[in-house]
Ligand binder design. Structure first.
Ligand code: ATP
Length: 319
């Protein structure tokens, strides 16, 4: 094996650049030629390649997003597109591919692996929605952003005696709401994995008011329900004015935190080592502080579960 490629795919996530940098520099250290593929599988199908040298990845550790850009490709979803992609890689002398992305990108990596391209998956998504790994690259930066936003909203909440519903990302995974809620002291955390009870929420609001609390912050995960309707219903049921704040794509951007830089760096470097050792068709994850790998199909099949201990802790500490 001489030439390896790297691409980023699906939603961008802070820390992807740290992973790209580690792939490139570890790759060169191990004697590989490293090629970047712009715009994920879409760019692969257009042969949008760029040679990556040590200097190509200078000064990117601190940058959010991905220098290789990212995209979603319809053509690649089809068998014919996957076969064409494998042929393009082979025609360019590329033996192996490192894919940084979420579960959809991993499925694509598995297809390419079955077509004879050695692939390794690195989990890059702010949602933390892959059950086989404790953390995905970008998650910690996203919760840091939510934490900062909530602390600003709390000033207004306290000053006006007004509730805030803060809608956060995560699709069907409540981790952003849960972790950000815990570290910002949100009064309620509402996640897709646990049914919510409007009456119980109103009781916490009332109990807080009786204790003289002037602020009330509710973190609502986007996968639960329509945030506008939820806020309206909350206001009507509780009789307390509420405002909705949608943080939206701000959660995707920004300079990666120390944790995400470290995670991207460790996973990127290890992906190269795994390829060198002849491993392929696997996804890298982290359990505790230890990197591990699993067959891509097995990794995707691990159900993502909410940490119920943390969920109960958030509830206890907020009262
Ligand atoms: P995120 O979690 O940030 O959305 P993702 O990797 O899950 O990231 P997707 O849009 O699901 O994002 O997938 C990215 C790309 O991977 C798709 O545009 C498509 O080209 C490819 N892909 C997705 N699902 C499959 C699949 N089942 N088979 C082959 N390729 C796939």
């Amino acid at each position: 094996m001489k030439k390896i490629a790297v691409l980023t795919s699906g939603g961008d996530a802070p820390g992807m650049n740290a992973a790209i940098r580690a792939v490139v520099r570890m790759g060169i250290h191990e004697g590989f030629e490293v090629v970047g593929i712009n715009r994920g599988y879409e760019g692969l199908l257009e042969s949008d390649f760029v040679a990556l040298k040590r200097s190509s990845v200078s000064d990117i550790l601190q940058r959010g997003g991905t220098i290789l850009k990212t995209a979603r490709s319809k053509e690649f979803l089809e068998q014919a597109g996957q076969e064409r992609a494998a042929q393009i890689l082979q025609a360019n002398g590329i033996d192996a591919l490192i894919v940084i992305g979420g579960d959809g990108s991993f499925k694509g990596a598995k297809r390419l692996n079955d077509l004879g391209i050695a692939t390794i998956g690195i989990p890059g998504t702010i949602d933390n929605d892959l059950g086989y790994t404790d953390y995905t690259i970008g998650f910690y930066t996203a919760i840091e952003t939510v934490m900062e936003a909530v602390s600003k909203l709390r000033d207004t909440s306290s000053s006006h005696g007004r509730m805030f519903v803060v809608e956060v990302m995560g699709r069907n995974c409540g981790d952003i709401a849960l972790y950000a809620g815990l570290i910002s002291g949100a009064e309620n955390v509402i996640v897709p994995e646990v049914d919510y009870d409007m009456q119980a929420i109103c009781h916490t609001i009332q109990a807080g008011q009786e204790k003289g609390k002037s602020h009330h912050i509710i973190l609502l995960s986007e996968g639960v329900t329509d945030a506008n309707e939820f806020t309206k219903e909350l206001e009507e049921t509780s009789g307390t004015p509420a405002r909705l704040a949608v943080i939206g794509h701000l959660q995707r951007g920004g300079s990666p935190t120390a944790f995400d830089r470290l995670l991207g760096t460790r996973m990127g470097a290890w992906a190269v080592e795994l390829l060198k050792d002849g491993k392929s068709g696997v996804a890298i994850g982290i359990r505790g502080n230890t990197l591990h790998y699993m067959e891509i199909d097995d990794a995707i099949a691990v159900r993502d579960r909410l940490n119920m201990d943390l969920y109960e802790l958030a509830d206890i500490l907020a009262q």
